[in-house]
Design a protein around this ligand. Structure first.
Ligand SMILES: Nc1ncnc2c1ncn2[C@@H]1O[C@H](COP(=O)(O)OP(=O)(O)OP(=O)(O)O)[C@@H](O)[C@H]1O
Length: 715
């Protein structure tokens, strides 16, 4: 075992502010397997108090062990929530020149990979993938910040390694290439020798690096996790920032997905898996020892060197780094003891002090090397392309070529080649009558010259490619020059495409408009026809309305007239009914029956004259006067107007009748006006003897010729 490193081994220098490691806990939801196995939840999370409690079985009962952390995230917490709260500020620090480390720690299958990488959904653009984890989100934040910045230049590069069974492998290199060594340098600290670094100009490029590395990562299935990480993986992003004052800052971000601790009894590991688990547990226990030593007041040395993992994370634990530890746990009862161990681990780590500082002007800054190299190459280019070019006036002029006017320089070299070809052809044609030896010598010289020009052309081309590639790696205020040009070109292409589509759409629109115009015209015609029809119908309606109103008025008048007539008729009918009753009473009470009969017998109705008459021979002399030449148009009128008083010589001397009170009351009763009197009801009420004379149908008549018998005619 290697000796442990003293805590003072690589202490941050300069102005530093100590700060604790941030420790948070994230508990995943119950898995479907845990639910179907009937396990219960033994973890309680209080977001308000930032505390986590786990139920520990005690005798037949259980008691809760509680811990508090910088923040806690339960099974409902989202990737975005965790990122915004805990990671976003750390990435801001990176872009200001700090180091930062984010590592996920916990039992196997508790969600470390889920938290760090998340789940990818290739069908959606990255920014819409809700379950993307911390790593892809940091890429987005870094490049967004660079894009929005001004007056700064950036160089971003990444590397990806795994520690598998205590061996370091470059995940961006094929496994067959073997392991990498750890080295230490007094300026750089601990580093991995020969680790590939990829310069990334945008999110897509850095994501590609991560995906390529993931393909090489060692993953295996265990009883606890179908895709269990069998190695510790560290993805490192370095951002170099050159400000307008030419100062360089370097921020380094380590994103660590640790292999999970596991118990053989639960993971069911055997053979290779068991061997892996042994090494994983060993390095994790070294990590625990380092944490333990870091927080122990009296610890004189920290055992960083006991594992590759702790050596690589040396700066992150107690050194120059802002560090976030995510302790992942599961909620199920059967893992209560592993959960408790993780929480204790994390609880201890809270007390580790780090001393992060801004990394300024490091000697090995790549951005400076790049810029030095670029200016060297440009100088060479300038030297090489500085040619004596014949001017229009025939003089030789000094002319410099650069990347930007490469085309011009290429033309110049091509022209040189053309001239040489012409020269060669002239020699071959031998217009100057040269000797064969001279010809051959000159042709040889020409070929040499041509080869030189070709070589120079190749050299210039490779120089320019190199300069362009290096310059494009340096991002300026959002975009490198070539990216910018490329983007502009693609925008122009896109715009051209859009214009073509717009023209096509316009043509289609014009066609549609024509169709619509035709259609509108036909609608307009139909409309005006309909309008005319409506107008004529309206006029007719108005006329009918006037007619209707006048008819309504007339009807009202008629109705009034009718009701007046009806009222008259009713009152006449009433009066006639009284008269009829009176006549009946008189006839039945005051005229002797035989007289009455004799009158009745002589009465007849003359249909021609429409009046009642008496048979003349018997009535001659004493009835003529009695009938008194009455010419009434109605039978009943005629009968009623008979002047019975003129029969006096046939009757006994009239004496004023003595009417008994009973008769009087009977009279009153009989003369009472009946509401519902029928016109011919008198027939039913009359004595039989009268019926034949009065006739079946009596019409109402005026009573103006009827003499009023005092005391008999009701008033
Ligand atoms: N917060 C969460 N929400 C939903 N599902 C989760 C969550 N955390 C983890 N999971 C699911 O739990 C399973 C195990 O997660 P993961 O592989 O990330 O665990 P791990 O800790 O990385 O395991 P190992 O140490 O074995 O690699 C996966 O199916 C994952 O999708």
């Amino acid at each position: 075992m290697e000796t442990s490193t003293k805590r003072s081994g690589r202490q941050p220098s300069g102005k530093t502010k100590k700060e604790n490691i941030q420790v948070i806990v994230r508990c995943r939801p119950m898995s479907s397997k845990e639910v179907s196995n009937g396990y219960t939840e033994v973890v309680k999370i209080s977001k308000d108090e930032n505390s986590v409690a786990v139920a520990v079985p005690k005798n037949d009962d259980s008691e809760y062990k509680q811990f508090t952390f910088d923040s806690v995230f339960d099974w409902n917490s989202t990737q975005e929530e965790l990122y915004k709260k805990m990671v976003h500020p750390l990435i801001e620090s990176i872009l200001n020149g700090f180091n930062a480390t984010i590592f996920a720690y916990g039992q196997t299958g508790t969600g470390k990979t889920f938290t760090m990488e998340g789940i990818r959904d290739e069908k959606l653009p990255l920014c819409e993938q809700e379950n993307r984890g911390i790593i892809p989100r940091t890429f987005e934040q870094i490049f967004q910040t660079i894009e929005q910045s001004n007056n700064k230049q950036y160089l971003v590069f990444s590397s990806y390694l795994e520690i598998y069974q205590e061996e370091i492998h470059d995940l961006l290199e094929s496994k067959s290439k073997g392991k990498c060594d750890l080295r230490e340098d007094k300026d750089v600290g601990v580093y991995v020798n020969n680790l590939n670094k990829y310069i990334c100009k945008n999110v897509q490029e850095i994501l590609k690096v991560m995906q390529e590395g993931n393909k090489n990562r060692t993953i295996g299935a265990t009883d606890m996790n179908e895709h269990s990480s069998r190695s510790h993986a560290i993805f490192t992003v370095t951002v170099e920032i050159k400000s307008s004052t030419e100062r360089i800052r370097v921020g380094k971000l380590n994103l660590v997905d640790l292999a999970g601790s596991e118990r053989q009894s639960k993971s069911g590991a055997t053979g290779q898996r068991l061997k892996e688990a042994g090494k994983i547990n060993l390095s994790l226990s070294t990590l625990g020892n380092v944490i333990h030593a870091l927080v122990e007041e009296n610890s004189s040395h920290i055992p960083y060197r006991d594992s590759k993992l702790t050596r690589l994370l040396q700066d992150s634990l107690g050194g120059n780094s802002k560090t976030l530890m995510i302790a992942n746990i599961g909620p199920a009862s059967y893992n209560w003891d592993e959960t408790l161990t993780t929480l204790r681990y994390a609880n201890r780590a809270k007390n580790i002090h780090n001393a992060p500082r801004v990394n300024e002007d490091p000697k090995d800054a790549l951005i400076r090397q790049y810029q030095d190299e670029i200016s060297k190459l440009r100088n060479i280019l300038n030297e090489k392309s500085s040619k004596k070019v014949p001017s229009k006036k025939g003089k030789q002029e000094e002319k410099n070529y650069d990347v930007e006017n490469l085309q011009e320089h290429t033309k110049f070299l091509e022209k040189q080649q053309q001239d040489l070809n012409e020269k060669r052809n002239n020699i071959l044609e031998n217009k100057e009558n040269l000797s064969t030896d001279d010809q051959n010598r000159m042709l040889y010289d020409i070929e040499l010259e041509k080869a030189k020009v070709a070589e120079e052309m190749d050299f210039m081309a490779s120089l320019i490619t190199r300069i362009q590639s290096m310059e494009s790696s340096v991002l300026r205020g959002g975009k490198s020059i070539t990216d910018h040009l490329y983007e502009q070109q693609s925008q122009i292409d896109k715009r051209n495409k859009e214009i073509q589509e717009e023209i096509k759409m316009e043509q289609e629109l014009a066609k549609n408009l024509e169709e619509i115009a035709g259609y509108t015209e036909s609608i307009r015609e139909t409309y005006s026809t309909l309008l005319e029809e409506v107008e004529s119908k309206q006029a007719k309606f108005d006329k009918l309305m006037v007619l209707y109103q006048s008819l309504k008025g007339e009807l009202k008048v008629k109705e009034d007239e009718y009701s007046n007539q009806r009222r008259d008729i009713e009152s006449n009918q009433e009066a006639m009914t009284r008269q009829l009753k009176l006549g009946n009473i008189i006839m039945s009470n005051f005229i002797p029956q035989d007289e009455l009969q004799s009158v009745k017998d002589r009465l007849y109705y003359d249909d021609d004259t429409n009046e009642w008459r008496m048979v003349s021979n018997q009535l001659e002399g004493h009835t003529r006067g009695c009938i008194n030449g009455v010419i009434n148009t109605r039978r009943n009128e005629n009968l009623i107007t008979l002047n019975l008083l003129t029969l006096e010589h046939k009757l006994e001397e009239y004496k004023k009748p003595e009417i008994s009170p009973s008769l009087l009351s009977m009279l009153d009763e009989a003369l009472k006006v009946e509401d519902d009197l029928q016109v011919d009801a008198s027939i039913a009420e009359r004595p039989k003897s009268v019926r034949s004379a009065v006739g079946p149908k009596m019409k109402p008549t005026s009573n103006k010729n009827y003499p009023r018998a005092r005391g008999l005619i009701p008033k």
